[in-house]
Design a protein around this ligand. Structure first.
Ligand SMILES: *[C@@H]1O[C@H](CO)[C@@H](O)[C@H](O)[C@H]1NC(C)=O
Ligand SMILES: *[C@@H]1O[C@H](CO)[C@@H](O)[C@H](O)[C@H]1NC(C)=O
Length: 471
């Protein structure tokens, strides 16, 4: 008897589920809005790099297709349409025409917050993203849906249940081969705690979980009609996981103002024998500030040995968002004291933009030490500002941003170990002012590949056809 009851129950459940999905399909087809482009961007009021992409994309589409309607699915129910658009204007200086933009507010956004899922975060967050997409689809069914925040399940939901065209702009893969490598090699990292790294069984389980997840992620991604990615690093991972062709559309960086900075680092070097090195980045573990302190020590040691008679200092500027970050700063300060470099070190935490500009203005050299950074806006900004860049030889900085030609540094330098970083820094200091100014010039020129104009052009090239076909 018992197993039969079980079977009946399961059959009932399946019937109910299929009925619900059929009703949803029926509803969304009936409610499909013609000539509507929707962006799935639940955190559209956050003011980060992803939101800059969103607003730039909407602005350029409004200019090109003014007759279409634009919708943003947002979870920011505490802000009105006017407030959100005003913030885009204030934060990014991007003006959106309000007449053909509307917001659809989602009630369920709280389910995608990672604080609910201490375990299996990746899986649960992704699933909940799918549920959130279902909510969105119940309100409005657009002609074209663009996932601009990386909720992979929104693609099949809109495509198969809503019958929409779908596209994705991917900032970073939800899972990457690097993450799997870390587990496979039994390393400890910020996403792999020591307990798991040391146990072969746990490592095996975690790796299987990642592999399965990667398969499912690939299936979801294959629903996209057009895939755009924000750089070569993301492109290589996404094309592998999704088995899709993707176009690289670099995120728009606001470099106009930076290109105009005159720079007075040469003056400081000539008159005061001062060399300022700058590091800009949030105080997060993956940015590897410890390596920066070690580099400083190595540079000071070698400069003294060579009797270079320059006063070298490192300024660490960055956002410090919470208690974890503050604890990290305290630890880094202690480490600097241990290394004996604290007198050549300056901290500039949470300083306003104007002060960052002034820091760039004074810095002869900028360093960026994160391994496998996906893109690195701060690297582009340093190039545009005329601060000579030494970046980690990996990820976006190496593939997209700083590309030296045949050993002669044309745009900037790449390094991996503290010794290599130190050698690059010392050789920049020993170059003639005119060689340095040549590097600055080509760096500024190449930074323009990341301008808003180039973004508009590439975005339209990638997605214009889909819009024309859908409209
Ligand atoms: C591109 O993706 C990386 C990955 O996280 C991110 O750091 C970077 O800010 C992204 N660019 C933009 C404009 O958001
Ligand atoms: C940068 O340095 C130059 C030269 O000393 C100075 O004129 C300028 O005001 C400084 N700041 C900015 C933001 O350009």
């Amino acid at each position: 008897m018992f197993p039969q009851v079980h079977v009946v129950f399961i059959v009932k459940m399946i019937c109910m589920l299929s009925a619900a999905i059929l009703i949803l399909i029926f509803l969304s087809y009936r409610r499909r809005k013609p000539n509507t482009v929707a962006f799935f961007h639940p955190y559209c009021n956050a003011g980060g790099g992803g939101e800059r992409v969103l607003w730039c994309a909407i602005r350029s589409m409004q200019a090109r297709f003014p007759k279409l309607k634009y919708i943003v699915y947002s979870g920011d129910r505490d802000a009105s349409k006017e407030q959100i658009l005003l913030r885009a204007k204030q934060r990014f200086d991007i003006e959106i025409d309000p007449s053909n933009v509307d917001f659809v507010f989602l009630k369920l956004r709280t389910i995608v917050e990672d604080r609910w899922y201490p375990r299996l975060t990746l899986l649960l967050q992704t699933l909940m993203g799918g549920v959130l997409a279902l909510e969105a689809l119940c309100y409005v069914c657009p002609t074209l849906m663009i996932d601009s925040m990386g909720y992979p399940l929104s693609l099949p939901v809109f495509k198969w249940l809503g019958g929409c065209r779908v596209a994705a702009y991917v900032h970073y893969p939800t899972i990457s081969c690097d993450m799997m490598d870390v587990v496979a090699r039994g390393e400890t990292a910020f996403n792999n705690v020591e307990g798991i790294a040391q146990s072969p069984i746990l490592s095996f389980l975690k790796l299987s979980y990642y592999k399965l997840f990667a398969q499912a992620y690939g299936l979801a991604g294959r629903a996209a009609d057009v895939v755009m990615v924000n750089g070569s690093w993301t492109a290589s991972h996404i094309s592998q996981l999704w088995k899709q062709r993707c176009s690289i559309v670099f995120p728009p960086c606001d470099i106009e103002g930076l290109l105009a900075i005159p720079g007075r680092s040469e003056e400081i070097l000539r008159n005061d024998k001062g060399v300022r090195i700058l590091s800009i980045g949030q105080i997060r573990p993956e940015k590897n500030h410890r390596l920066q302190l070690e580099i400083l020590k190595e540079v000071l040691k070698r400069a003294e040995k060579k009797k270079m008679h320059v006063k070298i200092s490192l300024t660490i500027a960055g956002g410090c968002r919470n208690e974890d970050d503050e604890r990290r700063v305290r630890e880094l300060r202690e480490y600097a004291t241990q290394l004996g470099v604290e007198n050549n070190l300056e901290w500039k935490l949470n300083v306003p933009y104007g002060e960052l500009i002034e820091l760039l203005n004074c810095s002869l050299i900028s360093i960026h030490t994160m391994r496998n950074e996906h893109f690195g806006i701060s690297v582009v900004e340093a190039l545009a500002a005329g601060s000579i860049m030494v970046a980690h030889k990996s990820g976006g900085p190496s593939m997209d941003i700083v590309d030296p030609c045949e050993g002669v540094a044309s745009v900037g330098y790449l390094a991996t170990t503290k010794e290599e970083f130190a050698s690059c820094i010392l050789s920049i200091i020993s170059l003639s002012p005119s060689s340095r100014s040549q590097i600055r010039e080509s760096a500024r020129l190449s930074s323009q590949r990341f301008s808003e104009e180039v973004f508009d052009e590439k975005w339209m090239q990638s997605i214009g056809g889909l819009i024309e076909a859908a409209a």
